[in-house]
Design a protein around this ligand. Sequence first.
Ligand code: BGC
Length: 750
Amino acid sequence: MEKYWIKSPIDNQYSGALRFEKNISLNGLVSSANLLVSAVGLYEVLINEQKVGDRVFTPGFTSYNKRGIQYQEYDVTNNLSVLNTIAIMVAPGWAVGHIGYAGNEKIYADHMSICAKLIVTYDDGNTEEFVTDSSWSVYTSEITFADIYQGETIDKTHNPQLLGLSVNDDIKYKLIKDLGEPVCEHEILTAKLLTTPKGEKVLDFSQNMTGYVSLKIKGKKGSRVKLSFGEVLDKDGNFYNENYRTSKNEVMYILSGEEDYFKPKFSFQGFRYVRLDEYPLDEIKVDGFRAIVVHSNMDRIGNFSCGNEKINQLYHNIIWGQKSNYLDIPTDCPQRDERLGWTGDAQVFCRTAGTNFNVRKFFDKWLSDLRSEQAENGEIYGTCPETKGMTSREHTRTSAAWGDAATIIPWTMYQLYGDKKILSDNFDMMCRWVDYIHSAGDKEFLWLNGWHYGDWLALDAGEDSYQGATSTDLIASAFFAYSTQLVISAGEVLGKDISKYRELYQNIIKAFREEYLNDILSYDLDINQEIDILGGRITQTAMVLILKLNLCTEVEKALIVDNLVKLIDYFGGKMSTGFVGTPYILHALSNNGRVDVAYKLLFNEESPSWLYSVNKGATTMWEHWNGIKEDGSFWSADMNSFNHYAYGAVGDWLYGVAAGIKIDEAGYKKVSIEPKPDRRLGYVKCSVETSYGELVSNWEYSGEKIIFDITIPKGVTANIKLFDEHTQETGSGYYHFEWNCQDLVDTKLS
Ligand code: BGC
């Protein structure tokens, strides 16, 4: 395939889509036909003007530099006639268009190219091959502009121009077989029309999402529809999208004069609201517009609902945060000038994601890229695929809790899906990441003095801080211990010699104790006085990490959890955690006897809290706790996405503690069912489709009773623990329990 790259010499000055085409005639009855295609840029194939397949945004976003560009293979047996026109559209996409902040473009290549091979097998067994070569033609197309960040212009009046073509384009990228889940169109949403106080005409699709807007319209030839996109309205109800930063997200449709259907092919937008900047008809025909949701295919496997509508909305927002950000790679957000595979965000949310949907294949692909981009010295960068030009360096920076995606994601995928291959594929990367940390710190067994993102966007260092108050050294050293522990666990599963890592782990724990724990344990935390946070050691996130990552003894946990509860009180009964502490805080509490405080945080409605954004009308997860402040003003345009899934990691607590489904042996082979009912939830209905079948944990308050209905699928052993005094080890089957609330020993549950 590599020798069939073709391009147009105009490519590097062109930012629209090109149409390469060739007419072919077939010489007999076709028994099968396969088409292999790839592009530097994004492509779509049309045979006789019909789109081939249902995938969009092919060939996908991979580590172009280190692993290569994917090609896709299509069975086109039924697409072919005797005479055929094969057309391949190509647009700049991730490879050639804008990617990364500060207006970076052409990071991977300065021009678009395509390559394809059609293999036709006739009924008589003969085969014929057609490849992209000098016999093809290339034209400009009606897509006169297309860019993932900036938007798309489709001009139905455009007269295609024949361009020059050159063959044997010298493309440095390897072609690799497609891996992962296809990206396709999913839900289709309708809009209602608003007129804002400023008089703007705005479509409201009622759901923040990722995809594009299609339009059916008939109007005067050459007249235009221009669309701008936004996620929220401002405090006065006017259109707002300053938080997109340099990403323009503008879509323009130019009408042919006949009945037209428009839909972007090579850009996507993150939005709920669409402003009609130009619209040519006297009356706005809202029904002509549809929002088409686009994401990677993923089978839904987890479901959670309860008797509290706000928590249900939170869960809905978690699901939509994932749909919006699993578009071929796990992105931070889908709208502004990022949409990048930030490793920290991916790590933080992967367990919830993998319980909501089956993301095994999705992460097989991304982890392949992560492995290929690991540096010689073991470093794992901030984004994958790497995005040169994001900083003055060649790549995004290495940071604790971001780079630890290399250990946490393989281990989590193994836990969820139970396949050792996930670990064997990634074990080398896991070890090399730990070896890198080991060599990076100023002290042998701690990671000190590195640069880190820290407890990103925590509010305990003041509203304007990005990094939170927790010591970045403490976070880095805690994750050093955690990643080492995961290497040991993975090595045990794979039967590897991990004695070196066992010894390393003991040394890290010892050094961590000397550097941090002794100080923390001897600190008399009095919340009636101003707290000295000891350089970021006395914070909620510090306590959470120590508890959740087992960095102290069981006996010491009582004091640490006590400190955590005090720090929550000190912060007005609320969280002060960011990206690092938030995913673990409820677990740190409920694992250590304070499920009452965990629920208090879950039900809190003041910022920082999950329900604050729900009360403000969120339909996806927000990046910043107070992205919209109490008075309706915005936190900042600089870092204020309304579709960032990281804090959606709380979904794992809903499945694992509120419903109580815990994995004891990888792939749900052994589980504990240990629900923690709370009257404010009323009931919980929760199920996970495991490879053994559906696992169900439902409970419900009914008068003075709590009723539990549990289903364990065949092949799974379960430890059912209903309150501390009742434990039952069991196999598959349906179990029903009724408890009198008055009998409950644990009064905190009422
Ligand atoms: C992204 C984050 C990411 C971070 C690194 C941001 O710009 O949106 O989600 O993890 O940079 O701290």
